[in-house]
Design a protein around this ligand. Structure first.
Ligand code: BV8
Length: 228
């Protein structure tokens, strides 16, 4: 463990892989033959809402059958014990960080278990399907969409993330391919502000050259070792 005061941790699909949730760009990275870029856009939702809702309904339903793995548990222990600043920024839309006990965290790409009403703008916890166009409990219109940041949409929490990166002494990236922006650019911002940078990933990522150190292996093994 390090004596650095302020830590920012970025996580991606790889931290949930050992819990049984598929990643996006690995060998199993296609869903029903679709790339995530094809089903995760406002245009796709407008063009083929049945397909997009099927994609998210299936992933929302899968959450009931998976549990946090040792990597999620280790980050929750860090969160509970770390006296300095900590922000866990996840690109993931599953709830495994929360279920492991993490508190100082945010979902920059939204959450499967949240519904956004495009008519009244309200968000609410939603753990069932949306494919049948259920009415919004607030405004009774059939205008619910997954509360997910699609490609071309502004990620959540960017001001909070940028503030955390500006004061970070250590930036740790876990289980992400570095394929999607702005998340893939966070390591550059952290370095610019003088943070040390560490990558933990099953294989070198697109951004590995930007990290002071890359540890290659499964998050479930390497993250508990790093936290202890
Ligand atoms: C925006 C939704 C602007 C939820 C997602 C050209 C160049 C550069 C950028 C762009 C460009 N064209 C367009 C852009 C911008 C675009 C983008 O980056 N596109 C990419 C494809 C080039 N970005 C956007 O559109 C973003 N918005 O820019 O807005 C804006 C500005 C002002 C006003 C309005 C708008 C929005 C991006 C968010 C899109 N939503 N998902 C969902 O469905 O899940 S992105 C999607 O990819 C997921 O969220 C996922 O989290 C994310 C990143 O993927 P990873 O998490 O890294 O997963 P991946 O499978 O890729 O990698 C897993 C890694 O884990 C691998 O490296 C693997 O080796 C490793 N691994 C596997 N097992 C393990 C492991 N590691 C450890 N242990 C293991 N066991």
């Amino acid at each position: 463990m390090t004596n650095r005061r302020n830590i920012v941790v970025l996580t991606g699909a790889g931290i949930s892989a050992e819990s049984g949730l598929a990643t996006f760009r690995g060998p199993d990275g296609l869903w029903e033959g679709h790339r995530v870029e094809d089903v995760c856009t406002p245009e796709a939702l407008a063009r083929d809402p049945v397909l997009v809702h099927r994609f998210y309904d299936a992933r929302r339903a899968a959450l009931a059958h998976v549990t946090p793995n040792p990597a999620h548990a280790a980050l929750a222990r860090l969160d509970a014990a770390w006296p300095g600043g900590l922000l866990i920024v996840t690109q993931n839309v599953d709830d495994l960080h929360e279920r492991a006990g993490a508190r100082r965290m945010l979902h920059m790409h939204g959450e499967l278990l949240s519904a956004l009403c495009t008519a009244c703008g309200r968000r609410r916890r939603w753990d069932g399907p949306m494919g049948g166009q259920p009415p919004c409990p607030a405004c009774d219109t059939a205008a619910l969409r997954p509360d997910i940041v699609f490609f071309g949409e502004m990620p959540y929490g960017m001001a909070r993330i940028e503030q955390a990166l500006a004061t970070a002494d250590l930036f740790v990236s876990i289980g992400t391919s570095g394929a999607v922006y702005p998340a893939a650019g966070f390591v550059r911002t952290a370095r610019m502000h003088g943070a040390a940078t560490l990558e933990i990933n099953l294989e070198p990522s697109q951004g590995s050259a930007l990290f002071d150190e890359t540890r290659v292996g499964p998050a479930g093994v390497l993250v508990p070792k790093w936290v202890e």
